[in-house]
Each structure stands twice: as structure tokens, then as C-alpha cells.
Design a binder for this molecule. Structure first.
Ligand SMILES: [Zn+2]
Ligand SMILES: [Zn+2]
Length: 365
């Protein structure tokens, strides 16, 4: 990671400099090191960037205040730092000798403070913006049966892809690519919020740090286009409701991940209890009293004959082993829950039959 130079030194001003003095120093140096006056001079370009950065912070009262606070920890002392708390500074550098010429400070030495600094001033850690993982999240409702048994579900969604016209740089053919004037190439801009500033992707360059002299006509400079993409989501058997499946490299631009959250539609017959499947089967009064053989269908459409014993109670469960959900080598069972349904209306003759039954069995009514 690049060293962090002292902003006061960068502009060649005292730490007590007024806003006016800072502005003047910036103008003079910016003119001197401007890329237009120093073509093909990467050192001048770096210096120019540094000057802009220093001015950006020191010309803003809020940022300057925070910077000064961090500076007190000795974070940004460069060569010949002019005696700003030198001892404090050396102490904070944990045994490094503070007077050598290569004492550019590495921000990562600051630990937590480095994070604060990057959140204020938009410095990026190692890796940079190219390595940032982009991902897209979507959700899909799948049939109960597919969730239980597994399967493949096609989904279609609008996905950002690299613009085929410009190859992603957002520039029209023949256009030049320049440093973004808004964020000075950092890709982020900061907004004051509460005690600290918060970084946002730069709205002008959309985080790229560069802007083309003429935008790509296909993507309007975004470098990406949204295309309808069809993706087959492989559903593992026994997936839980609300599970999030990560599809590697199926996301934006073919390198980000696609995350699919699974929602499971209710089934007419079955519900899940862990790896077990529970289905409700209606039986009539005679079946409940006298017993019966009923046919039930398993989730994978096999027919099973289930014997209902005489005297089956409403809500009683019967186990059909091994017909539940299979997941990670474990098997659930299928349960059939008997629901006794009663006739809603009886004829006079039927009423007499029930009364006679009730009297014989001692039932009060
Ligand atoms: Zn384009
Ligand atoms: Zn920008």
C-alpha cells in the first residue's frame, strides 16, 4: 500500500495556514503539476493527484478537523515534518525510527484508526475496486415437491453484463479516458453525516474513477448493460424455506455471484416437519369406527395402501417408513393424519339408526 504523505507538506503550507493560504498554494502547485503541462510524466501525475487530495481535505473545515486529529497520532509525518509533535509521532510508530527519509506512513499501521481514516477520506485498502465482489440477489418461489425432492428451476432476471460495445470502460470508440473531476479518481465521494463522513460511489464516474471524453452510445458510459438472463437453479433435495443458494459466477458480468433465496409454496396435501412429510387424509365415520384400507400417494407419486384400524381417532397419525425427505444421507418418513369427516345432514331414517346405535353403546346425547 502506498505511503500517506502529510497534506500540509504536500501543499507546502504551515499547519496553521488559513483557508486562503491553502487555496493559493493549491492553485500554484496544481498549475505546476497539471497533466496538460506534464505530458507522459507519471511522477507529475502522482503529485497532481496528491495535491488534489490534500486540497480536498484541507480546504474543507470538517475534514481538516478530523485530519488534524488523526495527524496528532503521528500518522502522516513525512520527511522533515517540521516538529509537529515529533515525539508523539515516533511513539505511535512502534519503534520505527522517525527521522529517516523513508518514513512515509503506512496507514495500515494505524489499525482501527486506519479504518476511520479510510471511511472519512475514501482511501481504499489493498485490492482496490477491481477486486470488489459484485453480487445480485433474487428470490424464487418453488413448488413444495421440488423443494422436497430436489430439481432444477429456471429463472429469468435482468442481469448487468459487460457492455459489448465498449467492453466495459464506458467510452465511445476513439474517446480518451480521463480522471474523474468529481472524485479525483478515487471512485468515491464522501458526505458529511453525523460525526463522520460517509463514502458513496462517485455519481459522476459510478465508482470507476475515470470518465471518457465521449460516452459509449450503447451503455451511456455505464460500462454495463442489463440483459435478460435465464439461469437454471439446481435445488438440493430438502432445501429449507428461506434458504439462500449461492450460484458462483452466475451473477453480474459473469464473475459476480447470484444469490437465490428460496421460498417454498404450500402443498395441497403435505406439510413438512423436519425431514418428515405429513399429509392429511379424510376418512368417514364408518372407516373410523370399523377400520379400512385406504390408498395414499407418496410425494414421488407412488401409491401405498394404508390399513386404518377400527376405532381410529380424529388426528391420529400413521407412519409410512422411508417416504419422507432424503437429505445428506438421512431419510425422513411419511405420516398420514386421519381426519374424520361427519355427514352434515341426516335423514329421519339415518337419525333413527344413529339413535339406536347410541342407545346400544350407552352414548348420551
Ligand atoms: Zn458501453
Ligand atoms: Zn468520480
Amino acid at each position: 500500500m502506498a505511503g500517506q504523505r502529510d497534506y500540509y507538506q504536500v501543499l507546502g503550507v504551515a499547519e496553521t495556514a488559513t483557508t486562503d493560504e491553502i487555496k493559493k498554494a493549491f492553485r500554484r502547485l496544481a498549475k505546476q503539476y497539471h497533466p496538460d503541462r506534464n505530458p507522459n510524466n507519471p511522477q507529475a501525475a502522482d503529485r497532481f493527484k496528491e495535491i488534489n487530495e490534500a486540497h480536498d481535505v484541507l480546504s474543507d473545515a470538517e475534514k481538516r478537523k478530523k485530519y488534524d486529529q488523526l495527524r496528532k497520532y503521528g500518522a502522516f509525518a513525512g520527511p522533515g515534518s517540521g516538529g509537529v509533535n515529533p515525539n508523539y509521532g515516533r511513539g505511535a510508530r512502534r519503534g520505527r525510527t522517525g527521522t529517516d527519509e523513508s518514513s512515509d506512513f503506512d496507514i495500515s499501521d494505524l489499525g482501527g484508526l486506519g479504518d476511520i481514516f479510510s471511511s472519512i477520506f475514501g482511501r481504499r485498502g489493498a485490492g482496490g475496486r477491481e477486486a470488489e465482489a459484485e453480487e445480485v440477489e433474487t428470490s424464487v418461489t418453488i413448488p413444495f415437491r421440488v423443494a422436497a425432492l430436489g430439481g432444477s428451476v429456471p429463472i429469468t432476471l435482468a442481469m448487468p453484463e459487460v457492455c459489448p460495445t465498449c467492453g466495459g470502460n464506458g467510452a465511445a470508440k476513439g474517446a480518451t479516458v480521463n480522471q474523474c473531476p468529481e472524485c479525483k479518481g478515487r471512485g468515491t465521494v464522501s458526505f458529511g453525516q453525523g460525526g463522520f463522513a460517509v463514502n458513496r460511489p462517485c455519481p459522476v464516474c459510478r465508482g470507476k474513477g475515470t470518465v471518457p471524453s465521449q460516452r459509449c452510445p450503447t451503455c451511456q458510459g455505464a460500462g454495463e448493460v442489463r440483459v435478460e438472463k435465464r439461469v437454471n437453479v439446481e435445488i438440493p433435495a430438502g432445501v429449507e424455506d428461506g434458504a439462500r443458494l449461492r450460484l458462483k459466477n452466475q451473477g453480474p458480468k459473469g464473475r459476480g455471484d447470484l444469490i437465490v433465496q428460496i421460498q417454498i409454496a404450500a402443498d395441497r396435501f403435505f406439510r413438512r416437519e423436519g425431514l418428515d412429510l405429513v399429509g392429511v387424509v379424510p376418512i368417514n365415520l364408518a372407516q373410523a369406527l370399523l377400520g379400512s384400507r385406504i390408498k395414499v400417494k407418496t410425494l414421488d407419486d407412488k401409491r401405498v395402501v394404508l390399513r386404518i384400524p377400527p376405532g381410529t381417532q380424529h388426528g391420529q397419525k400413521f407412519r409410512i417408513p422411508g417416504h419422507g425427505i432424503e437429505k445428506n444421507g438421512r431419510h425422513g418418513d411419511m405420516y398420514v393424519e386421519a381426519h374424520v369427516t361427519l355427514p352434515e345432514k341426516l335423514s329421519a331414517e339415518e337419525q333413527e339408526a344413529v339413535k339406536s346405535f347410541a342407545e346400544k353403546t350407552g352414548m348420551k346425547y
